[in-house]
Design a protein around this ligand. Structure first.
Ligand code: KG4
Ligand code: ZN
Length: 394
């Protein structure tokens, strides 16, 4: 562990973790110091190669990772002015994600951990998204970060292309999944609506742009009502609601934090068919050419409104039920200004958002979580056997 000297001449050790991320189409590596200071952040995306297919092609993503991963890691060391001697541990995403993509990052991290003799930590990608919010300092220009780290209990909302989840963290590594999507993730629903409307991939960004020209109240679209609750959520309620009356306990026990976006997506398809005067048998691939720009803008705005209300409603309900000290949000969809505005309006506390570059997939979030795993003595992963877990949940 390298030593640095404070002005009062006391010697303190700094800890630097290399984070590697390759779960989808971004090949990313970053170095984070002490779980709060960003030293480097390098991202190579194969998004352009997928755009013409209207979605991620797993084989293309895996091949791009193989080509990019070593140059990306070397650049991350370079940008941070670090050699391998300055690195205390390696953290890598081992799930959830695309099998072929995860395999590249995990095999490289395992090899480097053995060759450079570093501790290795397998990291859950979804958990990582939230840890981007623990970065408060940057050695790099162009990053706007929160000034304080989140305080526990923390309510975390993950909204990305692969995940929609609400989690309550009572401390590091002590969390309960309150609810999650039963079908499409919110970003995936945006991407599919974008495709239907003939907008460029990824739909999250293009639907958001189109929505800005439309009227969010133009069309009524349905919001899913879920009733499911997990045993882990009910256990949390038993533990946290001891001071509530029986009536209040009964009230909360019936509340669900699960999401669904497939009904909304189908409703958008039916609406678009209706707008061009066709019935449900009309092929979705031929709708876009028959819609005018105003119809596309109004459909985008109405869809965005209901999709965001769905997650904001649940976040507000969780805030009321569990009274967290901090609310954090992660994942590509967290970069939406509209979503941020809705949360600001409905939640009684301010949210400090991380930089947009740290909302989409990156290595810094993995390195930050790796720092906490290393400093809080979490179990290390075996570099000879760490396996991928494409369906890993929180
Ligand atoms: O977190 P991320 O980079 O990848 C996953 O782990 O899935 O998120 C990518 C997702 C895509 O579905 C993209 O359409 C969506 O984030 N997205 C947005 C916005 N920017 C990206 N969705 C809504 N509004 C945005 N401004
Ligand atoms: Zn992600």
């Amino acid at each position: 562990m390298p030593m640095v000297y404070c002005t009062d001449y006391a010697t303190i050790a700094v800890m630097r973790v290399l984070g590697i991320e390759s779960s989808c189409d971004e090949t990313a590596a970053a170095i984070v110091e002490d779980g709060k200071r960003l030293l480097s952040n390098v991202i190579a995306s194969s998004l352009d190669l997928h755009a013409k297919y209207g979605g991620i092609v797993p084989e293309i993503a895996a091949r791009s990772h193989i080509e990019a991963i070593m140059p990306v890691i070397e650049q991350a060391l370079d940008q941070a002015n670090c050699t391998w001697d300055d690195i205390d541990a390696i953290a890598v995403t081992y799930g959830a994600g695309l099998g072929g993509s995860l395999l590249v990052g995990v095999l490289v991290a395992r090899t480097l951990a053995i060759a450079k003799n570093k501790p290795l930590y397998g990291v859950n990608h979804v958990e990582g998204h939230l840890y981007a919010n623990f970065l408060t300092e940057s050695a790099l220009d162009g990053y706007v970060l929160p000034t304080e780290q989140p305080e526990f209990p923390v309510l975390g909302l993950i909204v990305s292309g692969g995940h929609s989840q609400l989690v309550l963290f009572e401390n590091h590594f002590q969390y309960t999944l309150l609810g999650q999507t039963h079908d499409d993730a919110i970003g995936e629903a945006f991407d599919k609506v974008g495709k239907l409307l003939g907008l460029p991939y990824p739909g999250g960004i293009s639907v958001a742009q189109k929505a800005a020209e439309g009227n969010p109240a133009a069309f009524m679209l349905p919001k899913a009502r879920m009733t499911s609750t997990s045993p882990a959520l009910q256990d949390l309620r038993v533990r946290r609601h001891t001071s509530l009356t029986q009536d209040r306990r009964d009230y909360w026990s019936k509340r669900s934090y699960d999401f669904s976006f497939s009904g909304l997506k189908t409703a958008v398809l039916r609406l678009a068919q209706d707008q061009i005067g066709e019935d449900f048998t009309f092929p979705s691939t031929r709708i876009a050419e028959r819609l005018d720009e105003l119809q596309k803008a109004d459909i985008s705005a109405s869809f965005t409104q209901v999709a965001f209300e769905t997650v904001v409603d649940k976040a507000v309900m969780a805030f009321k039920e569990f009274g967290p000290r901090t609310v954090i949000i992660g994942g590509g969809v967290a970069s939406s200004q509209v979503l941020r505005g809705m949360l600001a309006e409905r939640l009684p506390i301010d949210i400090s958002y991380t930089d947009r570059k740290l909302c989409t997939d990156n290595g810094a979030m993995i390195a930050t979580l790796g720092c906490f795993k290393h400093s809080l003595n979490q179990p290390q992963s075996d570099p000879y056997s760490l396996d991928i877990a494409p369906n890993l949940s929180m």
